[in-house]
Design a protein around this ligand. Structure first.
Ligand code: NAD
Ligand code: MG
Length: 392
């Protein structure tokens, strides 16, 4: 029997890479549902190729446009348009696995729906876990969902860790997340205020969505990944370290109690962690080129510079603070990055907005998804106000 897959955020960088891998294995997988925010024409193209049962767009206007075009092209995909349409396609009884590739906290509710329905959940959408934290992990556990990391660092760590989770505390010493250092690893920190969105989005090794590209440039991406690792692997924050590795060949490492270190290597191509998550514990072809060791240049490692990347350390601070602080950090960062991409905020103010918002918002006790979404909304409002004060 073929596995039925829902791809949330199918028009994005992870979404299109996922469809690339799925297209290589039509004997194993079929696409059940796709979702996107606004890209109607790309979605039409994807529906024509994969013939999903359902497609979801983020607004009624885009949904109508897609439905008209599908009808004109004789494609039978049904466009769902309800507030909970993403939750529906993430938890539908026929679905085996959900690729969570929406960007930002907007992906939290559908991730939680997939977890509650006990699905195999392939998590690229790191912000969902950063916001969801303990509640997200409890939901996964209580409903017997299978959570598999797609973020390349976490996929690497997952592949290096022993399969028996109960043995981790006794065997594992620490996790070493590698970071590319982004496009400004060697830039004079006094010039960071002049960086444009185009420069920030020109990542040296990868083509990614604009939000994660900016996060890579500030290293807030790594801060979010430290938080993600804390939850995925139930690891104390002080046992998670970050090391810069510009070549992005070593995707991350696990250090054991005897100081032995296991690393996972590969060409920097997101189809590798995607294929790994889809097929686990089996292995399928990903389409990525294998490493050619004879032609590989030196692999180098260096410490992250706290002056150039002040945001990185917010992850450990937020994890030590009260529950919900990581949700505040994420919301603030989403607002600050979007203001920077709209040319309303200087690059080096992203961190300043995050700091101010963290100071201004004290998270209440959190018991439910609604509590988290309310805190997310509150932090966004504060961050918008702070960013407005520094508006260009
Ligand atoms: P992207 O911007 O290229 O794609 C985002 C997708 O989500 C698009 O399909 C878009 O239409 C959809 N979307 C955006 N906002 C939405 C909303 N409010 N409601 C519904 N749909 C919405 O982003 P990406 O680079 O593919 O990243 C997706 C996620 O994967 C992010 O959380 C990112 O951090 C993570 N990730 C990406 C990479 C990468 O190489 N691109 C690597 C690791 C992790
Ligand atoms: Mg990553």
């Amino acid at each position: 029997m073929k596995q039925k897959i829902t791809v949330l955020g199918s028009t994005g960088s992870i979404g299109t890479n996922t469809l690339d891998v799925l297209a290589r294995h039509r004997d194993r997988y079929e696409v059940f549902a796709l979702s996107a925010a606004t890209q109607v024409d790309l979605m039409l193209h994807q529906c024509a190729e994969f013939r999903p049962v359902y497609a979801v767009m983020a607004s009624a206007a885009h949904a109508r446009e897609l439905a008209d075009k599908l009808r004109d092209n004789g494609i039978g995909t049904e466009v769902l348009q309800a507030d909970d349409a993403l939750q529906q396609i993430a938890s539908h009884p026929e679905v085996d696995a959900v690729m969570a590739a929406i960007v930002g906290a907007a992906g939290l509710a559908p991730c939680m729906a997939a977890a509650r329905a006990g699905k195999r959940l392939l998590l690229a959408n790191k912000e969902a876990l950063v916001v969801g934290g303990a509640l997200f992990m409890d939901t996964v556990r209580r409903h017997g969902a299978t959570l598999l990391p797609i973020d390349s660092e976490h996929s690497a760590i997952f592949q290096c860790l022993p399969e028996d989770r109960t043995s981790w505390p006794q065997r594992v010493d620490s996790l070493l997340l590698t970071a590319s250092g982004g496009p400004f690893r060697q830039r004079d920190p006094s010039t960071l205020s002049q960086i444009t969105p185009e420069q920030a989005c020109a990542h040296p090794n990868f083509s990614m969505g604009r939000k994660i590209s900016v996060d890579s440039a500030t290293m807030m991406n790594k801060a979010l990944e430290v938080i993600e690792a804390r939850w995925l692997f139930d690891m104390a924050p002080d046992r998670i370290q970050v090391v810069i590795h510009p070549q992005q060949i070593v995707h991350s490492m696990v250090q054991f109690k005897d100081s032995s270190v296991l690393a996972q290597l590969g060409t920097p191509d997101m189809r590798v962690p995607i294929a790994c998550g889809l097929a686990w514990p089996q292995r399928i072809a990903s389409g990525a080129a294998p490493l050619d060791f004879a032609r590989l240049a030196a692999l180098t490692f260096e410490e992250a510079d706290a002056v150039r990347f002040p945001g990185l350390h917010l992850s450990w601070q937020a994890l030590r603070a009260s529950e919900g602080t990581t949700a505040v950090l994420n919301a603030s960062n989403e607002i600050a990055v979007s203001a920077f991409l709209d040319r309303r905020l200087a690059f080096d103010r992203i961190h300043a907005v995050n700091l101010r918002t963290l100071e201004a918002v004290s998270p209440p006790t959190l018991g439910s998804l609604d509590d988290l979404l309310a805190l997310d909304a509150q932090a966004r409002a504060v961050a918008r106000e702070v960013a407005g004060q520094w508006s260009l």
